[in-house]
Design a binder for this molecule. Structure first.
Ligand SMILES: [Zn+2]
Length: 232
């Protein structure tokens, strides 16, 4: 399903049910259709259909922003690549994992997983991958380096749309924001630090677009502040 969350912001949710549900988003950024995260490989045909239902073709997409290099956030790229003529941006450190500039620690549960992931499911070469630094602007979005879940996890904030794309920095549970599971993250301590850091640095936003769970359509930055306070 695709659901409008606010002016120019749409939510797509895939999966059979919790805890396997995952989210992607579409933003009309001043006429530039922007996809944020792309789900698993088999979500790609649905992304295509959902985009069409709101008047876009995959080839219209002008950029893809990836919150982090995890299979349920980048898997769709393999099947979208042939129609996608757009740069795909992700945080510097996660770009480093993909580009083999950085080798994740083998003795860390998620590091070992990433080593396997990039070997078994390399991202298609035709993709125009771009590393993003903290604070870098892409159209109306600002990238916030928010490591912890992944070394290069990145949150994108669109001030004009009053929306933040939180990826797996924070999930939604019963209308509130919560941190992801420990086993799924490089460092939960670093996730907590990134939550506090983002809560201080981000401009206020209403819509909190989480990687998993239901996005909040109002009071997003307040909810982030509440989460940050609870982790202090
Ligand atoms: Zn995820």
């Amino acid at each position: 399903m695709i659901e409008r969350l606010g002016e120019g912001v749409w939510w797509m949710q895939f999966g059979l049910g919790p805890p396997l549900l995952r989210n992607c988003y579409l933003v009309d950024d001043d006429g530039a259709p922007t996809l944020i995260d792309v789900g698993l490989p088999w979500d790609a045909p649905k992304i295509r259909k959902h985009l069409e239902s709101v008047g876009y073709d995959v080839s219209d997409v002008e950029r893809v922003l990836i919150t982090h290099y995890d299979y349920d956030h980048v898997g769709g790229l393999r099947r979208l690549a042939r129609d996608l003529d757009a740069p795909v941006s992700l945080g510097e450190r996660d770009y480093g994992i993909v580009a083999r500039e950085y080798t994740p620690p083998l003795l860390h549960h998620k590091g070992a997983f990433h080593r396997v992931l990039r070997r078994l499911f390399p991202l298609p070469l035709e993709l125009q991958l771009r590393p993003l630094a903290d604070g870098e602007r892409v159209g109306g979005f600002t990238a916030f380096h928010t490591p912890g879940h992944n070394p290069g996890h990145t949150v994108y904030v669109h001030e004009e749309r009053s929306a933040a794309f939180l990826g797996d920095l924070a999930w939604e549970d019963e209308g509130a924001l919560t941190t992801p599971m420990r086993m799924d993250s490089y460092s939960l301590a670093e996730v907590r630090q990134s939550v506090g850091d983002l809560a201080e640095r981000t401009p206020p936003f209403e819509i909190a677009c989480v990687g998993h769970g239901e996005p909040l359509t109002r009071g997003g930055s307040e909810a982030l502040g509440v989460l940050a306070a609870s982790l202090r």
